[in-house]
Design a protein around this ligand. Sequence first.
Ligand code: 5GP
Length: 179
Amino acid sequence: MEIKGEELKVLFTEEQIQNKISELAEEMNEFYKNEEVIAVCVLKGAVMFAVDLVKSLKMPLKMEFIRLSSYGSGTVSTGKVHAVDISLPDLNGKNVLIIEDIVDTGLTAKFLLDFINNNFKTKSTKFCSLLDKKVSRVTDIEPDYYGFHIDDKFVVGYGLDYDGYFRNLRYIGYSDKAI
Ligand code: 5GP
């Protein structure tokens, strides 16, 4: 299976994504008021989303980046989460906002939440994912904030890749041929 750029169909346009980010940011600005937040961006997929989202957040904020991976080079999850780089500062007493691209099986989210809960006593830990693919969920993880629900499609663009490609697209797309 291979995804070609010319066969991609648009699932969410740049405008839809940016409008959704504004809505999410408004909710977060309301929730956190002026309390400091540590935003943890899960690389590489969440990079575009995290960067756009934090630009609309008004509270004092620090950004951290960690790198996890669960997909191999294809479109089916390996079911195993691999911490490529999970070095984080002291999160005790902090408001932690995890920013992910997509929750699929939920294994990555569970791995990360367990890691944070086992190592720190945070003031609050919230999980924000741009996309929520509920159909393949094998954990009881639900994001506290999400942008869009999607059905069982393999999506690319706006940070999400296929074999490393398509992260640079401004929109989120899919190919009918990717199963
Ligand atoms: P989970 O651990 O929830 O199964 O998967 C989370 C990770 O799998 C995401 O951070 C993302 O990297 C990858 N992933 C899951 N679904 C998709 C998808 O439809 N497209 C892409 N490009 N990556 C996906």
